[in-house]
Ligand binder design. Sequence first.
Ligand SMILES: *Cc1c(COP(=O)(O)O)cnc(C)c1O
Length: 362
Amino acid sequence: MPAEVLAQAAAEMLDWPDASGKPSGMGVMEMSHRGKEFQSIYEAAEADIRELLAVPANFKILFMQGGGLAENAIIPLNLAGMRAAPGTQGSADFVVTGSWSEKSLKEAGKYCQANVAANTKGGGFTAIPAPPSWKLDPSASYVHLCTNETINGVEFHSLPDLKALGSGAALVIDFSSHVASRPVDWNKVGLAFGGAQKNLGPAGLTMVVVREDLLGYSASICPSAFDYKTVADNQSMYNTPPTYAIYMAGLVFKWLKRQGGIAAMEARNMAKAELLYAALDASDFFYNKVHKDCRSRMNVPFFLRDESRNQAFLDGAKDAGLLQLKGHKSVGGMRASIYNAMPIEGVQTLVSYMREFEQKQA
Ligand SMILES: *Cc1c(COP(=O)(O)O)cnc(C)c1O
């Protein structure tokens, strides 16, 4: 979270002022989600993220609960039947490029026929296979990708054009960990979803952006609160939405606008990532395993050639104010997550610490 946003939320905790600065006499957590105060917070958040991400008018923006993982079930329950033969559950294709898409595949298999279109596990999840090599099912309702594999550090720098690949399926992207770090090519996307907690706000909010023509195909067993059409028809208020998380995300959206919007964030994120990858590539002591054409700008996993120095590296990092660098347990090594809220100074501090650490080993 940007420090500025946290400070504003703290100042407004007990008494939220409206856009004109007039105190409302209550904090956001005390408001009715149907009252005019919260309605104005909700509407501003929706309009701001629509503007920031340039979401076209024929897409609905839904604010839901359950996180990215719940969406792994909610999506097949809503979309798998779209192009299914009568009496069948329908099918979906999965491009497995890391731990998150692997989880999505497994969960969807409970609700539809989930096909593996490609899987890079054999290569340690360090590459993205070329789209023409994907084995797409001609009757699949959707193709699922995780466009930034948070744990493995693999990012799609462009989206496939499914039509050009001869597929009539909708493209579904899990953009949890790089949403708002770069623009989205909506011409190629049917549905995008993400938990808010990486780049948009606090945990508890899930954002779904869905093209209108994909609504209305839910399975009869789909829970009503998770039926996209029901959620869309009720402006995300079929049941109580995560109001405080929406308010916080709304403050982050205003912050993103003050930073110059998504193009400005992308330029900053590129500069941050280039600085870190250049340091890794120039080092004899640290390295990154991901192919250069799909290295993530948000999550940078790296390793020490001498793994016995891992703990010493982490201890020294902590003393330098560099926290949460330990890699995910499934990958090992280190991981620097350099989300939107991380300033370039944070990356500079990390790079100088890495240099010093390396020199001490020599
Ligand atoms: C963090 C993350 C999720 C997980 O979401 P939860 O909100 O914890 O359910 C899903 N996908 C990706 C790519 C993530 O980084």
